[in-house]
Design a protein around this ligand. Structure first.
Ligand code: URA
Length: 238
């Protein structure tokens, strides 16, 4: 099996990310560093290590959906030693990783799995699924501002793809609104940047759905396993 596919099958990272890990010289096979992406692994006898830690093919595939609280990072650990979402799923034996990311301050739905192929597919720009957010934004967007948001906006050096936004509640007195927002791209802090671009910065942000997957009644800080149908649905996304 190709080395990047092997690493993905072990649930360490997506195939794309696995390639980066290989090129960074972090992979050893039978004691030798391997940096060629074309290298093949013999699963029956090769000993593969990443950063000195032995890895192996994952037995069971795990798919969960976590209700992420604000104040957690979605990467393994950072230099500030902030809490990670992985701390919330530490009772799961398999090493699972988030599909995509949410900002430290964003709460809500985050899917985690050890299925590197699914992670790769769902985070590839070609397949990006619709993600639904509820955002509390400053002020009350006008219909013109909402259309700008829907048509696509220039943020930094690119134009966003058309997105959807709907005001579900206005508080004229306190001067904020609650909006439902749907985007299918997944650029860094995209919702926040888009809202800022129409002069209605995000005060709070929560993701409520990824495609058809929702949190159901999962409490904040808790997770649930996806049903067989939900996993099949995610795998069937073209
Ligand atoms: N867009 C953002 O700005 N933040 C997130 O966490 C997700 C989408």
């Amino acid at each position: 099996m190709r080395i990047n596919k092997y690493i993905a099958s072990c649930g360490i990272a997506s195939r794309r990310k696995s390639e980066e890990i290989i090129l960074q010289g972090r992979v050893n096979v039978n004691g030798n560093t391997v940096q060629e992406l074309s290298f093949n692994i013999d699963e029956s006898k090769d000993v593969v290590e990443i950063d000195g830690e032995r890895i192996g093919l994952a037995g069971k595939q795990v798919y969960i959906v976590l209700n992420k609280p604000e104040g957690y990072i979605t990467t393994v650990k950072d230099q500030f030693d902030r809490p990670s979402v992985l701390d919330l799923v530490s009772d799961i034996e398999e090493r699972v990783y988030p599909i995509g990311r949410l900002d430290y301050e964003t709460s809500g739905l985050l899917i985690l799995t050890n299925d590197g192929d699914l992670t790769y597919k769902l985070t590839h720009p070609k397949h990006e699924v619709d993600k639904t957010y509820m955002a509390i934004v400053k002020g009350i967007p006008t219909s013109e501002e909402l259309s700008q948001f829907e048509e696509g906006l220039y943020i930094e050096d690119y134009k966003t793809a058309p997105a959807k936004i709907k005001i579900v509640k206005k508080d004229e007195e306190k001067k904020y609104s609650i909006c439902q927002i749907k985007i299918h791209e997944g650029r860094n802090r995209q919702v926040r940047k888009m809202c800022r671009a129409i002069n209605h910065p995000v005060l709070r942000l929560r993701r409520v759905a990824m495609g058809e997957i929702t949190l159901k009644d999962t409490e904040i800080g808790n997770y649930r396993h996806l049903s067989k149908e939900e996993v099949e649905y995610l795998k069937s996304i073209k």
